[in-house]
Design a binder for this molecule. Structure first.
Ligand code: ADP
Ligand code: MG
Length: 616
């Protein structure tokens, strides 16, 4: 009789376990930062070299470890956080499986220095492939420092599988940000090859989000605050107009732990229904606080999937409180840092029931039906659009001198970088009998029975060119112009693969280029692309195709959006009233006329009530 089964030696068991917990450098950063938090640190520094392939250093000012704990912590299933099975149902710590350090030590070179506050000396341990090399007294401040070098040095398959540095660093940054969002009161620092990426002082949540994502986020956040017996919900959603084309700004936390959930994400999508531009995803930072016995964190080694006992209830709380908040924000968007979660509403407004969120543009309503200008019927859109786009691209739509009417003040404006700024509308003209005005060469103001409609002309052009091009580029490849001086750009191996995979599509979009020795030479670009937009157009290509699993339509969408943007930079000529009308007609023939391809608002309406209110 043969027996085949034998127990694996610890170092092999650890390596196998490591495969689950430590998938890439970012996993190490996550585990070490979580340990620092569990150790009560108030300051954590993370220093990265070569995207973590050479060094990951995490320094904390937490409680540190005794001499005994310092060696024990690298053992598998060694944890100070769980003692009995019951503890698993009342977890308040990030870690509890006792396998992160054992895993890390199995597949890298680790140096750890640690000291308890009351201890005179600290302890230094060097461990390589689970083998302790050094274990000695050392001088060290209170807290713990980990240096992880040569990650996956003994797991070549893993090491070779790592992506290029920028991608791996992006993963590290993602993990760092998740922890930063869930622990705003910690002081955190992240450096990459000696350059500071983040220094985050302790802050309230709103300020922390703004410190990470940028000051323009302050106005975009709509607070959520809801308390029930089962769950407490706090946080923010992004105003619908700031929804992104990627799922970037979507964060769920439960008891300060980041997690992913398709199911809850669906609740948010439902709450935003009807408010989002097509192909965009709502942004949210939502924090659930819940009795730890009502969730199971232990369903996945990386603990980013969590089971909720009351998931249906939480789903409906998420949906209703976000709807309510979006409705309220419709009335009063003013908020600041101090008033973190309370709405700053005038007293009498607080008494009113919240309005359901709604888009204020009526898609089917065309206020220009009464004019007699030479408009096209809906059936002939193709022809008109062709002419319009030709007019834009051929002659650049005239100049100020060509104006012959006295009601339009049209001169080309510089497309401002901060587009938000140019939303301010100034009436510069005296109203006469005209129904439409152009302000600053860009804003069309049109009166209608129910009030005023404002159109951002440049974005309207962008949307029209986009729609026309997108609908036609398969059958009519975009006209291309050969460059006098080809543009060259270094490309990574991945980028080269992506370029070649998308070659036919790129050709249809007007781009011709070939790659040799990791160098791309672009010899032709779409003729509508303005000279100054060529390089950024090419960068747009790589930014889009570099996304994993990108759909063909997404590549086309992004590139055509870039082309349309470039086309809209040309001067717009409104010398004849028909050209305004033509533009409006064409806009309304676009399937989506509310948002530009880059999700900027094209049309704004001001109702008679709103105008009336301004005089109260
Ligand atoms: P877990 O976090 O699941 O307990 P780990 O392998 O991550 O497992 O850590 C093992 C133990 O080592 C922890 O339970 C903790 O007692 C100790 N430890 C790890 N990192 C630190 C740190 N930065 N400061 C103090 N103690 C730590
Ligand atoms: Mg841990």
């Amino acid at each position: 009789m043969h027996n085949f089964i034998q127990l694996l030696p610890d170092h092999i068991a650890n390596q196998i376990a490591a495969g689950e917990v430590i998938q890439r450098p970012a996993s190490v950063v996550k585990e070490l930062m979580e340990n620092a938090i569990d150790a009560g640190a108030t300051k954590i520094e993370v220093h990265i070299k070569d995207a973590g392939k050479t060094l990951i250093q995490v320094i904390d000012n937490g409680k540190g470890m005794s001499e005994t704990d310092a060696t024990l912590c690298f053992e598998r299933h060694a944890t100070s956080k769980v003692r009995t099975a019951d503890d698993l149902f009342s977890l308040t710590t990030k870690g509890f499986r006792g396998e992160a350090l054992a895993s890390i030590a199995a597949i890298s070179h680790v140096e750890m220095r640690t000291k308890l506050e009351e201890a005179e000396t600290g302890r230094k341990i060097v461990i390589e492939g689970s083998k302790i090399i050094t274990n000695e007294d050392t001088v060290s401040p209170t807290g713990t420092t980990f240096d992880i070098k040569n990650l996956f040095y003994n797991v070549p398959a893993r090491r070779n599988f790592l992506k290029k540095d920028s991608t791996e660093f992006r993963h590290i940054q993602d993990e760092f940000e998740r922890i930063a969002f869930s622990h705003p009161t910690l002081q955190l620092k992240l450096t990459n090859n000696g350059t500071e990426v983040y220094y985050l002082p302790p802050a309230v949540l709103r300020k922390r989000i703004v410190n990470i994502l940028g000051p323009n986020y302050n106005d975009r956040l709509v607070p959520i605050d809801e308390s029930t017996e089962i769950v407490q919900l706090k946080g923010f959603v992004l105003k619908p107009e700031h929804a992104k084309k990627t799922r970037g700004d979507q964060f769920f936390f439960v008891n300060d732990r980041y997690f992913k959930s398709h199911y809850f994400n669906h609740a948010i999508t439902k709450a935003f229904e009807g408010l989002l531009a097509p192909r965009t995803f709502p942004g949210y930072f939502l924090y659930l606080t819940i009795d730890p016995s009502k969730i199971d964190v232990n369903v996945h080694p990386t603990k980013t999937e969590i089971k909720f006992e009351e998931e249906k209830f939480i789903y409906s709380i998420l949906m209703s409180s976000i709807r309510l908040a979006l409705g309220k924000y419709n009335i009063s968007p003013t908020l600041d840092f101090e008033r973190e979660t309370s709405f700053d509403l005038p007293h009498d407004m607080k008494m009113q029931p919240a309005r359901e969120p709604s888009i204020r543009v009526n898609d089917s309503y065309n206020p220009f039906n009464t004019t007699t200008s030479n408009r096209t019927g809906s059936g002939s859109s193709g022809k008109t659009q062709e002419n319009f786009s030709k007019a834009i691209t051929d002659q650049g739509f005239g100049s100020k001198e060509s104006s012959s009417n006295d009601w339009a003040d049209f001169y080309p404006i510089e497309e401002s970088k901060e587009e938000e700024k140019d939303e301010a509308i100034l009436f510069e003209e005296e109203a006469t009998s005209a129904k439409q005005f152009i302000v600053k060469g860009n804003y069309i103001i049109s009166s209608s029975k129910s009030g005023l409609m404002l159109i951002h002309a440049r974005r309207a052009v962008e949307q029209i060119v986009y729609t026309e091009t997108f609908n036609n580029f398969i059958s009519n490849p975009i006209e291309s112009q050969t460059l006098l001086f080809p543009i060259t750009r270094e490309v990574s191996k991945n980028e080269a693969v992506y370029w070649n995979e998308n070659k036919a599509l790129l050709q249809q979009l007007g781009f011709t280029g070939k790659i040799e020795d990791q160098k791309l030479e672009v010899t032709a670009v779409p003729s509508v692309l303005q000279e100054e937009s060529i390089s950024s157009g090419i960068e747009d290509i790589f930014e889009t195709i570099a996304y994993q699993n990108v759909e063909k339509g997404d590549v086309a969408h992004t590139l055509i959006a870039a082309i349309a943007k470039s086309a809209s930079m040309k001067n717009i000529n409104f010398s004849a009233p028909e050209s305004i009308q033509g533009l409006i007609d064409q806009l309304f023939q676009c399937e989506n006329h509310s948002y530009s391809p880059r999700n900027k608002k094209i049309i704004e309406t001001i109702t008679l009530d709103e105008i009336g209110n301004k005089f109260n």
